[in-house]
Design a protein around this ligand. Structure first.
Ligand code: KIV
Length: 271
């Protein structure tokens, strides 16, 4: 039997075993109780309470404005919906970059107040002291390299990262440093597939790719993109599994029509 089917609850240990067995890891974002419940029951291994909530839930242009309190609210809702998967909670911009004490305090708030199982933060050597300090308290940390959306104003664009040798070399040493510091997995976002393959093969911890090709140990997509709720975002790496915006529009239009024509509620739909 496959590793992920054997266990009652997915842990960082399960993910490690999955990598060793060559079993791919599935991860999706969620921000609320109802979707988390559906994704968990569907068999997903990891739910990421992403700071992409800033975009898809709050309508901001970037992930920068979301606060720790808001992330905690989303994570609490997600945790109430799940039974089996591992919940990773993004540490929002400005809650871990200052110093490792601040990072630890933010991680502790997330763990204590949400019931989530781990945290994720963006960056390499710049955040290594924070990673070490959080890990030393027993909190699992997921890293995030490549296109790190909290640095969008430094990058200036959401295009593919680490195409040039210098950035690729830094990414490889950052990945090793994060592994050394105790990260249990690393997200690789929007980097060339060959680079992601090299990094994935060089690490003993799993890599989770988004726009990083098929040789990562797992994949992650933002739920609003893969379910077709957000239809304006169509990057090459995205596979859209549903067109929820179209389906919901049709359903709401039928409801409006039924209300206007007094077809709803019928005799059977009243007391
Ligand atoms: O915030 C998020 O949803 C993420 C994914 C893009 C990996 O970090």
């Amino acid at each position: 039997m496959s590793v992920h089917k054997e266990v009652k609850k997915i842990t960082t240990n399960t993910l490690q075993k999955m990598k060793a067995a060559g079993e791919k890891i599935s991860m999706i974002t969620a921000y609320d109780f109802s979707f988390a419940k559906i994704f968990d029951a569907a068999g997903i291994e990891i739910i990421l309470v992403g700071d992409s909530a800033s975009n898809v839930m709050a309508g901001h242009e970037t992930t920068l404005p979301i606060t720790l309190d808001q992330m905690i609210y989303h994570a609490q809702s997600v945790v109430r919906g799940i039974e089996r998967c591992l919940v990773v909670v993004d540490m929002p911009f400005g809650t871990y970059q200052g110093n490792s004490k601040e990072a630890l305090n933010s991680a502790i708030r997330i763990m204590k107040e949400t019931g989530g199982h781990s945290v994720k933060l963006e960056g390499g050597v710049e955040v290594i002291e924070s990673v070490k300090r959080i890990v030393s308290t027993g909190v699992p940390v997921m890293g995030h390299l490549g296109l790190t959306p909290q640095s969008i104003y430094k990058f200036g664009t959401y295009t593919v990262r680490a195409k040039e040798e210098e950035e690729a070399v830094k990414l490889k040493s950052d990945a090793l440093a994060l592994q050394e510091a105790g990260c249990f997995a690393i997200v690789l976002e929007k980097i060339p597939a060959v680079l992601a393959k090299e990094v994935s093969e060089s690490l003993s911890i799993p890599t989770i790719g988004i726009g990083a090709g098929g040789n990562c140990d797992g994949q992650v997509l933002i739920m609003h993109d893969m379910l077709g709720i957000n239809t304006e975002f169509k990057p090459r790496f995205l596979r859209q599994y549903l067109n929820m915006a179209e389906q919901i529009t049709g359903a709401v239009q039928r409801y409006i029509k039924d209300v206007k024509s007094s077809d709803f509620p019928s005799d059977k739909e009243q007391y």
